[in-house]
Ligand binder design. Structure first.
Ligand SMILES: NC(=O)c1ccc[n+]([C@@H]2O[C@H](COP(=O)([O-])OP(=O)(O)OC[C@H]3O[C@@H](n4cnc5c(N)ncnc54)[C@H](O)[C@@H]3O)[C@@H](O)[C@H]2O)c1
Length: 253
């Protein structure tokens, strides 16, 4: 799919990896709808990038909110043919800790936003993609989901996060198979350590320690590099049903 012919919904697009993708796609000529809960950051980014960007305050776990956001996107840009899911949260909590067992509501919250929110946005966006006229390859749309290397190498305290990201990896092939009939592709990106607000607050010493764990190059990834891969997935028609690690070959101990 050509980026200049792309209308993309990007969840979590107000910050970090999602914002890097918004910038990359707009620079390539795409139209973008940011779905995020952070209205202040989302509206500021939309104002900075101009008329190619629409901000919608959307909770990805809500059917109603996602539907309203998709309606507004189609009303402004005429169609939706890409959906990049970056909205997500992390928590640090062990299965059993000094305070007792992992609170169930916290586990459910992480699954709800990271996994169910991704699935919810994806399924409703695909419904819109089905209305598109297919290109000469029969393609009507593309989905990019965001997992994490924690899907494979989860650390202590990451049980809920790793479970949510492992499930995103697990969804990738069956969704590709489900949507082949409609001409919609899907790939998942599993990022390693990226310089987003999460890490910016940790201080240079911690960033240096984390950077030393990366095989090569010895630094954190950037949101622009995440955006590059998301763009490549959108543009590269033969990529489908796969999870791609984007991690400088880091394998967390
Ligand atoms: N930064 C990293 O190193 C890293 C590594 C691996 C995976 N990831 C994943 O990449 C994604 C983006 O991470 P980031 O570091 O850019 O985080 P971030 O906190 O900078 O951005 C996440 C965005 O998601 C939004 N969001 C949270 N809950 C939402 C909801 N219910 N509905 C809509 N929007 C919601 C937030 O407002 C925020 O703007 C996440 O899924 C994260 O798990 C990040």
């Amino acid at each position: 799919m050509k980026l200049s012919d792309t209308v993309a919904v990007i969840t979590g697009g107000a910050s970090g990896l999602g914002a890097g993708t918004v910038r990359n796609f707009v620079a390539g000529g795409a139209k973008v709808a940011i779905f995020d809960m952070n209205a202040q950051k989302g509206e500021a980014l939309a104002a900075e990038l101009g008329d190619s960007v629409l901000f919608q305050k959307v909770d990805v776990t809500s059917e109603e909110a996602v539907t309203a956001g998709l309606d507004a996107t189609v009303a402004k840009f005429g169609k939706i043919n890409a959906c990049v899911n970056c909205a997500g949260i992390g928590v640090a909590m062990k299965t059993m800790g000094k305070e007792g067992p992992h609170p169930l509501d916290l586990f459910k919250k992480v699954i709800d936003i990271n996994l169910t929110g991704t699935f919810n946005t994806m399924r409703l966006a695909v419904e819109r993609m089905c209305a598109n006229t297919p290109n000469e390859d029969g393609e009507r749309g593309v989905i990019v989901n965001t997992a994490s290397v924690a899907a494979y190498d989860g650390q202590k305290g990451q049980v809920a996060y790793s479970a949510s990201k492992g499930a995103i990896v697990g969804m990738t092939l069956p969704v590709a198979r489900d949507l082949a009939f409609y001409g919609v592709r899907i790939c998942t990106i599993a990022p390693g350590l990226f310089m987003t607000p999460l890490f910016e607050g940790l201080g240079q010493q911690v960033v240096d320690q984390l950077s030393a764990q990366v095989t090569f190059p010895k630094r954190l990834g950037t949101p622009a590099e995440y955006g590059d891969l998301a763009r490549h997935i959108v543009e590269s028609r033969y990529l489908n049903g796969e999870t791609i690690r984007l991690d400088g070959a880091i394998r967390l101990p």
